[in-house]
Design a binder for this molecule. Structure first.
Ligand code: AMP
Ligand code: ZN
Ligand code: FE
Ligand code: FE
Length: 297
């Protein structure tokens, strides 16, 4: 098949239901403009944007896969990101469980703001206000909301600088789902569990190899081979590793907003995510949904 025939997707976007800037409907429209055929909005601890995205997607002719990004704990790593694809985003028990994670985020947001304001005070800068941080929040609050206020105040020039100078040193833990129970939860919801941007765990290949193998034993289905963090040679390594271990391969940009260096539909080095990643993912989702349905009978 020639390059001109290829179609592209993006399975890792953030909307303003978590720490992205654009609404789910705006993301679908942007995906349409850049020529993508399918997307997944994988908000942190929230599925509030899924229905809006699916509805807009029907009109725009974009396929929308229900998704979420959970922060999970594995061994000594406590902020590992796990993507859940094809989950039942209307399941009441799941929605209730997510509320606790978001409530923790709300409390944590106030605590982080306190620490950031102490720092600003020491630098003789005016404090930032909770109401300004909350002004752009719709469901799940994250540090990028604070980063944007720091930037709007002129205290930093980028999100990266906000993290380096304020948000990394002033971090407060969230709630982290133990990885085995997060994987089980995703599977019981008829979904497929995929490790996001794997090299954020470690860039030591031998160590990452061991970590992913252990996760696969717990039921992990796939890894985000094409992402915005890995260098091209690492993506190639991850692709081969996934093939050897019979893990699903996914790809996504982790796009949050236009100001960052990220672009919708593109990973590091401009890599694009081919539509041929979608059929195996959808096949597994269909199997899981069938299993979840049978389990209810
Ligand atoms: P939180 O969930 O509140 O801890 O915020 C974490 C989110 O902030 C991540 O999902 C990224 O989107 C973003 N983030 C984390 N570290 C950085 C960084 N160094 N520069 C820019 N964005 C970051
Ligand atoms: Zn984020
Ligand atoms: Fe992530
Ligand atoms: Fe993400």
């Amino acid at each position: 098949m020639g390059t001109e025939m290829k179609q592209f997707i993006d399975l890792h976007l953030h909307s303003n239901c978590s720490d992205g800037v654009f609404s789910p409907a705006e993301l679908v429209e942007m995906a349409h403009r850049v020529g993508l055929v399918a997307i997944a909005i994988a908000d942190h601890d929230s599925v509030a944007g899924v229905t809006e995205a699916i509805t807009t997607g029907i009109t725009a002719g974009i396929e929308v896969i229900p998704a979420i990004e959970l922060s999970v704990q594995f061994a000594s790593w406590n902020d590992v990101h796990l993507l859940g694809y094809g989950i039942d985003h209307t399941d009441c028990n799941f929605l209730e469980r997510l509320v606790a994670f978001r409530e923790r985020r709300e409390k944590r947001n106030v605590e982080i703001l306190d620490l950031v304001n102490k720092r600003l005070n020491a630098e003789k800068k005016e404090a930032i206000q909770l109401k300004d941080v909350l002004a752009s929040a719709r469901d799940s609050i994250g540090r990028p909301h604070i980063a944007r206020v720091l930037q709007a105040k002129g205290y930093v020039n980028s999100t990266e600088e906000a993290f380096r100078r304020y948000l990394s040193p002033c971090n407060i833990p969230k709630f982290y789902w133990p990885i085995d129970s997060a994987i089980n939860e995703i599977r019981q919801l008829g979904g497929v569990a995929v490790l996001a941007h794997p090299v954020t765990i470690t860039d030591d290949r031998r160590e990452l190899h061991g970590v992913i193998a252990q996760m696969q034993n717990m039921g992990l289905d796939g890894i985000e081979v094409f992402n915005n963090i890995s260098q091209p040679d690492e993506m190639e390594y991850l692709r081969r590793f996934a093939e050897e271990r019979n893990l699903l391969i996914t790809g996504g940009s982790d796009f949050h907003c236009s100001e960052d260096s990220l672009e919708m539909g593109k990973g590091r080095g401009g890599v694009r995510f081919e539509n041929n990643l979608l059929p195996p993912l959808k096949k597994l989702i269909t199997e899981r949904q069938e299993n979840a349905r049978v389990a209810l009978l």
